[in-house]
Design a protein around this ligand. Structure first.
Ligand SMILES: Nc1nc2c(ncn2[C@@H]2O[C@H](COP(=O)(O)OP(=O)(O)OP(=O)(O)O)[C@@H](O)[C@H]2O)c(=O)[nH]1
Length: 281
């Protein structure tokens, strides 16, 4: 039986408080969401906190997400009135794309300033998002030098500081904020699969079974190909399929090891692109 994933380190609570205080310092908020989980990687508390500020939704890791789903999600958020930018954060065009999108989101404010004869004011922005969504990577690209440590594990960004960029943005780095509690078990598992929560706080076999269920519904062939399974492998239960994969990988009955391998394959894109939060046309 899957355990409820709960994760709320003290620095997250502090970050949330700081974010509220810092909001008045910025013109715009860059809210980073993971394109593979465009709903589950949003924090409803941040949404409430930031409601009154202009906001740019940046869908990061688009290179790992299903392009068709990304298109649908982008349209969905645009329909809700958000300015949306889809990004592989590591792309060299990131600074130009983000700056242009920020200017578009602030067009009214910039026009008002121009009417008063004020031009080329720097845009002050705050980057927010859940752990591992790409905040440091974005920041590094915008300031064009390595100022923030990036790592493929949650919870690295901790300090807050202003940073100037060549494209006339001034950035306030703020740490990721995650739910104090996952009320929905599915959200927790999705975030586990994309690497937004620490590996030590969820059961890998639960995550692997969830993954099998997702691929059964949407991309069975990717699993069959990757693990050299028989064409009818999905005729068996999720648990039996996990054991089948375990054996194919040479781990005998050590399904934890197989689960770990599957998670690594998924996160590194070896199972192709995928979007765990689904929208229908
Ligand atoms: N494929 C891909 N990887 C990305 C992208 N953006 C970031 N990454 C990778 O995701 C991992 C996490 O990125 P970070 O920039 O450290 O994330 P963060 O939000 O600062 O993480 P915390 O400090 O834990 O809050 C790193 O390995 C990055 O290289 C992207 O658009 N595509």
């Amino acid at each position: 039986m899957a355990q409820i994933i709960q994760w709320f380190p003290g620095h997250m609570a502090k970050a949330f408080r700081l974010m509220g205080e810092n909001l008045k310092l910025v013109d715009i908020v860059f809210e980073l969401i993971d394109a593979r989980v465009p709903a589950s990687s949003r924090n409803p508390e941040v949404d409430k906190l930031v409601a009154a500020k202009p906001r740019l939704l940046i869908m990061t890791k688009a290179d790992l997400a299903d392009p068709e789903q990304t298109r649908l999600w982008k349209a969905h958020y645009q329909k809700l009135g958000y300015q949306v930018l889809v990004l592989d954060t590591r792309n060299h065009k990131t600074p130009q794309l983000v700056t242009k999108a920020a200017q578009a989101a602030l067009a009214d404010q910039i026009q008002k300033q121009a009417d008063k004869g004020i031009h080329n004011q720097p845009i002050r922005a705050m980057i927010t998002g859940i752990p591992n969504v790409g905040k440091s990577t974005l920041l590094n690209h915008l300031v064009m030098k390595n100022v923030a440590p990036t790592a493929n594990r949650p919870g690295v960004t901790k300090k807050i500081a202003w940073l100037k960029t060549p494209t006339h943005l001034e950035l306030l780095d703020s740490p990721g904020v995650l739910w104090p509690k996952f009320e929905d078990q599915t959200v927790g598992l999705k975030l586990a699969l994309t690497g937004a929560v620490k590996d030590t706080i969820f059961a890998k076999d639960d995550a692997a079974l969830f993954m099998i269920k997702f691929f059964r519904d949407f991309r069975p062939q990717a699993i069959l190909d990757r693990y050299h399974l028989a064409e009818n492998a999905f005729d068996q239960s999720d648990v039996d399929l996990l054991l089948d994969i375990t054996a194919r990988l040479g781990f005998k009955d050590d399904y934890d090891k197989a689960a770990e391998r599957m998670l690594n394959d998924l996160r590194s894109g070896k199972l192709g692109t995928y979007t765990l939060d689904r929208l229908d046309d």
